[in-house]
Design a protein around this ligand. Structure first.
Ligand SMILES: Cc1ncc(COP(=O)(O)O)c(C=O)c1O
Length: 391
């Protein structure tokens, strides 16, 4: 075995920027507002429901497609929100976080030579998944000012080989959302083509300032060609449990499950049972209805604290990330700048934006901060941000 050699299938892929920045934060004792997870706990009744499920013996494999009662809740929730009907048996699949199902979907549906349109900046999972499937990315920038879909640019970059368009709303890292006109425009763009829509909606209900919570399934013309992803980790403050789901028409779901059953097979039985019990309780309904205002107040606290400073802030429309522009006080590229800010005596870990551009470096002078944090953490973050911008 000493001479055994392997050739990397992903030669350009290293450790993700999230792991890199969290490790750097730990090494320097910096405040970590980089990676996207809360520093508070899931609701107590949810924790209790998971513990109860364990005590009741829900500790062996869950069904491959997921706990049926949780799938029924997911189908009912989708119908309540957008009128879309998914059959829990054949059109809803629960996986190890949304990530595992996004990965399975791309492996199942993308063939060598297929092209996949992604909108940049974009979440870093899509590129390696497409590469492993033998596909090729077609990168189209989001609009420079609003970070919303640029339908004209998407049309201009369209090719016959595009088999999938990846959308992520609310968007990580930019916090942008979309409008009904965007949904209509997307439907028109893909009409008559062979392209599927992969809609990554893991920050789903977190739309701020009273915006409509719009899913790709609100547009009936897109339902037949869309795979939609959601994450209980994100909406229930339990990212470490890694429970997410995908909804898609039966034919697409069948193909996705062919990969899922040999990759993840099934995931966290007591977590699924506990989540189902919580979501079907009054406490669960209240949690979901309060989620958007809960995160909006954290976003507002951060923005208020930076008022009058040299950080440039355009309020996130959704999700739990805020972009911060530093061009007014620092000329360095984003990787150099964030590494320096993290290593200072009163350090702060943020995420540079350039890793979200698969086509190469960019010079937007923007960084991403996660405000899914206790108010004390946000206040400490504000103090450190002000020290950074004051030089
Ligand atoms: C846009 C986006 N998609 C997918 C995921 C992964 O979700 P999960 O933790 O459920 O796998 C994340 C997590 O940060 C994300 O930001």
């Amino acid at each position: 075995m000493r001479n055994a050699k392997s050739t990397s299938k992903l030669p350009n892929v290293g450790t993700t920027i999230f792991t890199e920045m969290s490790a750097m934060a730990q090494a320097h004792g910096a405040l970590n507002m980089s990676q996207g997870f809360p520093d508070f706990q899931p609701p107590k009744p949810l924790q209790a429901a998971v513990v109860a499920a364990m005590a009741k013996g829900r500790n062996q494999y869950a069904p491959m497609a997921g706990d049926i009662r949780l799938r029924e809740w997911i189908a009912a929730d989708a119908e309540r929100r957008s009128g879309a009907c998914f059959h829990p048996d054949t059109e809803v699949t629960i996986g190890a976080g949304a990530s595992s199902l996004i990965f399975a979907t791309i492996q199942a549906l993308i063939h060598p030579g297929d092209e996949v349109m992604v909108l940049t900046p974009c979440y870093d999972l899509y590129e390696p998944a497409v590469e492993l499937a033998g596909g090729r990315l077609v990168c189209v920038p989001l609009q420079a000012d609003t970070h919303r879909l640029d339908l004209e640019a998407m049309k201009a970059s369209w090719t016959e080989s595009i088999r999938m368009v990846v959308i992520n709303v609310p968007n990580n890292p930019t916090g942008s959302t979309w409008s009904r006109e965007d949904l209509h425009g997307l439907a028109e763009l893909v009409e008559g083509t062979n392209a599927l829509v992969l809609s990554d909606e893991v920050y789903g209900p977190m739309h701020h300032d009273g915006r409509d919570v719009l899913s790709v399934t609100h547009e009936p013309r897109l339902r037949e060609r869309a795979v939609v992803f959601a994450s209980f980790g994100k909406i229930l403050h339990c990212t470490g449990w890694k429970i997410g789901y995908a909804t898609a028409p039966a034919a697409l779901t069948g193909e996705i499950r062919k990969v899922h059953q040999y990759d993840v097979f099934s995931t966290g039985a007591p977590f699924q049972a506990g989540i189902e019990a919580f979501l079907n309780s009054d406490a669960g309904a209240t949690h979901l209805s309060e989620l958007a205002p809960f995160y909006q107040s954290k976003r507002d606290r951060l923005i208020e604290g930076l008022k009058g400073s040299r950080w440039q802030v355009s309020p996130a429309e959704g999700g739990y990330f805020q972009l911060l522009g530093y061009g007014a006080f620092d000329e360095r590229d984003d990787r150099t700048a964030t590494a320096d800010w993290c290593s200072r005596a009163e350090g702060l870990a943020l995420i540079p934006l350039s890793p979200f551009y698969p086509e190469g470096e960019n010079d937007s002078k923007l960084v991403r901060i996660c405000f899914a944090k206790n108010n004390d953490t946000i206040d400490q973050g504000i103090q450190r941000l002000l020290k950074i911008s004051n030089g």
